[in-house]
Write a protein that binds this ligand. Structure first.
Ligand code: AMP
Length: 260
């Protein structure tokens, strides 16, 4: 059985994970849980979109057999005192900008794996650092008898990676947000031209974001996909990761870099 964990507000990005698993002949359970512990004190927990009835309908239509949507009081009962924290790949980037985020993620993913006992866990490449952190945790806690399947990023026709948070964007902000995929394209172009210096490639992406009015860059970096350490030289697997804010809305994107 396959588990696709989500925070609900399902879109075609989430549903692609479900559909691909169903297509492989797997029995799919979608979990829907807006996990309070992965939100920081000034983040969007209260305004995070919630549409549980629609999420059930969308998941079943996509071929899931069941939705697991436990109440927060069941997941974190009175007296709950355990946290799963990962160092290494959780340290920089999202881990630095959102210091409590990954502990919330790894605690809920460990709990979901132990509650649901799936054979397979499906995550999206959209949250590349989350994939690296969860992979590390599964190895470290001997949860790696569960297969980790990573699904490619699903994008809207304009190139913006699908995200539940895109619905916060007004039309003009959405246009500005297209600088994220454009920054990835700039970095990929740079690599295709033969550039292998990680800092130079990251700078090419950063320039595109810096030129977009109203978009504040959190980071643009070339990293190793497993360790999430910055790469000085691109001579093997590499990821370009970007995070930027438009007003209160934070957006993430990433792309694989393949040297010539
Ligand atoms: P979320 O509900 O945002 O926590 O996402 C649940 C899962 O869906 C995570 O594994 C995400 O990486 C994945 N996901 C979200 N958006 C996308 C997307 N555009 N493409 C691929 N996977 C996605």
């Amino acid at each position: 059985m396959t588990l696709v964990p989500t925070m609900g507000a399902l879109h075609d990005g989430h549903l692609a994970l479900v559909r691909a698993s169903v297509h492989r002949g797997e029995t799919v359970i979608v979990s829907v849980f807006v996990n309070p512990s992965q939100f920081g004190p000034y983040e969007d927990l209260d305004r995070y979109p919630r549409q549980e009835a629609r999420d059930v309908e969308l998941s079943i239509d996509a071929g899931a057999v069941a939705i697991f949507a436990p109440p927060a009081t069941e997941v974190y009962p009175e007296g709950f005192a355990t946290t799963v924290t990962v160092d290494g790949p959780a340290r920089e980037f999202e881990g630095a900008v959102r210091p409590t985020h990954f502990a919330g993620v790894t605690t809920i993913v460990a709990k979901l794996l132990l509650m649901v006992h799936p054979d397979r866990l499906v995550l999206g490449q959209k949250d590349a650092q989350q994939v690296a952190v969860v992979r590390r945790m599964m190895r470290d806690l001997n949860l790696d008898d569960i297969d980790l399947v990573v699904h490619p990023i699903i994008r809207d026709a304009d190139g913006l990676a699908m995200s539940s948070r895109n619905r916060y964007l007004h039309d003009d902000e959405r246009q500005i947000a297209l600088a994220l995929p454009a920054s990835l394209a700039a970095a990929q172009h740079c690599v295709a031209e033969g550039q292998t210096d990680g800092t130079t490639v990251a700078a090419a992406a950063r320039r595109v974001i810096d030129q977009a009015p109203g978009l504040q860059l959190d980071y643009a970096a070339v990293v190793h996909p497993d360790t999430f350490l910055p790469l000085a030289r691109i001579n093997g697997p590499a990821l370009l990761c970007v995070a930027a804010r438009i007003g209160p809305t934070r957006l993430l994107d990433n792309a694989v870099l393949i040297p010539n």
